[in-house]
Design a protein around this ligand. Structure first.
Ligand SMILES: [Zn+2]
Length: 112
C-alpha cells in the first residue's frame, strides 16, 4: 500500500512507510513520536472527532505527544472538531427535550 505521507530514514535516506517503527532498508529504529500523521490517520482522527466526540480526544492526546508540527496541527483540528461535535450534540439534545416538553404541554392542555 502506497501511503501519501512518506518518511525518510535519517540513517540511510531511503523512503519508509509512516507507520514503520524500523527502517525496512537498514533496520534503524525510528522515533515514532516525531513522525507525521498519515492521510488515513488524519481521516480517522477527524471522522472519530466528528461522529464519536469523546473518542476524538484520544487522537488529540496521541498526536499532541508527537513532536511533529504536522501531527500537532492534526491534533488541534481534531480538538476543534470534537468541541463542535459536543456543542452540536448538546444543542440537538436541548432541542429534543424542548419539543418533548412542548408535546407534553399540548397533551396536557387538551386534557389527555
Ligand atoms: Zn535506513
Amino acid at each position: 500500500m502506497d501511503l501519501p505521507v512518506k518518511t525518510f530514514c535519517p540513517a540511510c535516506g531511503q523512503a519508509a512507510g509512516p507507520a514503520d517503527n524500523f527502517c525496512p532498508h537498514c533496520g534503524k529504529e525510528f522515533k515514532s513520536h516525531a513522525l507525521p500523521v498519515s492521510f488515513y490517520g488524519q481521516v480517522a482522527a477527524y471522522a472519530v472527532s466528528l461522529f464519536l466526540p469523546p473518542f476524538g480526544l484520544w487522537y488529540v492526546v496521541k498526536y499532541l505527544r508527537r513532536g511533529n508540527p504536522q501531527a500537532k496541527r492534526v491534533a488541534i483540528i481534531a480538538a476543534i472538531l470534537t468541541a463542535i461535535s459536543i456543542i452540536y450534540t448538546i444543542y440537538l439534545f436541548i432541542g429534543i427535550i424542548n419539543s418533548a416538553t412542548q408535546s407534553i404541554n399540548e397533551l396536557n392542555s387538551l386534557g389527555l
